[in-house]
Design a binder for this molecule. Structure first.
Ligand SMILES: NC(=O)c1ccc[n+]([C@@H]2O[C@H](COP(=O)([O-])OP(=O)(O)OC[C@H]3O[C@@H](n4cnc5c(N)ncnc54)[C@H](OP(=O)(O)O)[C@@H]3O)[C@@H](O)[C@H]2O)c1
Length: 224
């Protein structure tokens, strides 16, 4: 049975990742900041749930220690925040720093801490949930905070994919679509179910040739 670990599994896309992989008979390690208040997550079934705040060094290190002997086939770095929607002239640098901490340092900290568990697995995949709003080719003058955090994540993951290529790592960045979650809003065109089905179908078919790619949930290759 293959094992998947997911960050930010309390709601939105992380919750749906957990649901779908659990129903496909994967061993699921679902992590979130406050498992005691994650009612939907707790009701899914026999899921291994652990507390994890990706911005806290100690929280990440302590879970990595606890799961030292595990192999993790697929690590999904999903946790993220929007930060601030206002743009130039109204930038809040504390909020920007928090977004960088969560969207860039968080997933990289988790990737570093769980490197051995992933590289000792059969599939050796690290998936990073980014956004096409982090594409420089598609830049627009809004959401500076969110766009810049996802662009920085894209660069860090590209570096990682090159660095660990010879170890067999498959690191892939996914844009989940504009999805109906707390972040995406209820008017978004894509349901969480469609988004996760689209990414899941690609994740199970990834090969080493996909290492370092920036893909959409519907299979489109996104320009950097
Ligand atoms: N929805 C969209 O349209 C869309 C589009 C493009 C990209 N994305 C990306 O998709 C990912 C998931 O987004 P979503 O739509 O599911 O958002 P969401 O509904 O707002 O859920 C965000 C999740 O991240 C968790 N989280 C936030 N900060 C965290 C931290 N420091 N440590 C651990 N978990 C933390 C939240 O946990 P709590 O419950 O504890 O707050 C929650 O589980 C994000 O990376 C987002 O940038 C979403």
């Amino acid at each position: 049975m293959a094992t998947i670990m997911i960050t930010g599994a309390s709601r939105g896309l992380g919750l749906e990742f957990t649901r779908q992989f659990y129903h496909d008979n994967w061993k699921v390690i679902a992590t979130c900041r406050d498992p005691g208040n994650a009612d939907e997550l707790n009701s899914i079934g026999d899921v291994n749930i652990y507390p994890l705040d990706v911005t806290h060094e100690k929280s990440v290190a302590s879970l990595a220690d606890k799961l030292r002997g595990e192999t993790i086939d697929v690590l999904i770095n999903n946790a993220g925040i929007i930060g601030q929607r206002e743009g130039f002239g109204n930038l809040n640098y504390d909020i920007w720093a928090e977004a960088m901490e969560t969207n860039v340092f968080g997933p990289m900290r988790v990737a570093e801490a769980f490197k051995e568990q992933v590289l000792s697995s059969e599939k050796k995949q690290m998936i990073f949930i980014t956004s096409r709003m982090g594409s420089i080719t598609e830049a627009n003058p809004n959401a500076y905070v969110y766009r810049s955090s996802k662009a920085a994540l894209n660069m860090a993951v590209k570096c990682l994919s090159i660095e660990l290529e010879t170890k067999g790592l498959i690191a892939v960045l996914f844009h989940p679509g504009h999805v109906q979650t707390d972040m995406g809003g209820q008017a978004a065109p894509v349901t969480a179910r469609m988004s996760i089905e689209g990414m899941k179908n690609q994740i199970v078919a990834l090969t080493r040739g996909d290492n370092g790619c920036f893909l959409s949930y519907d299979g489109e290759q996104i320009p950097w």
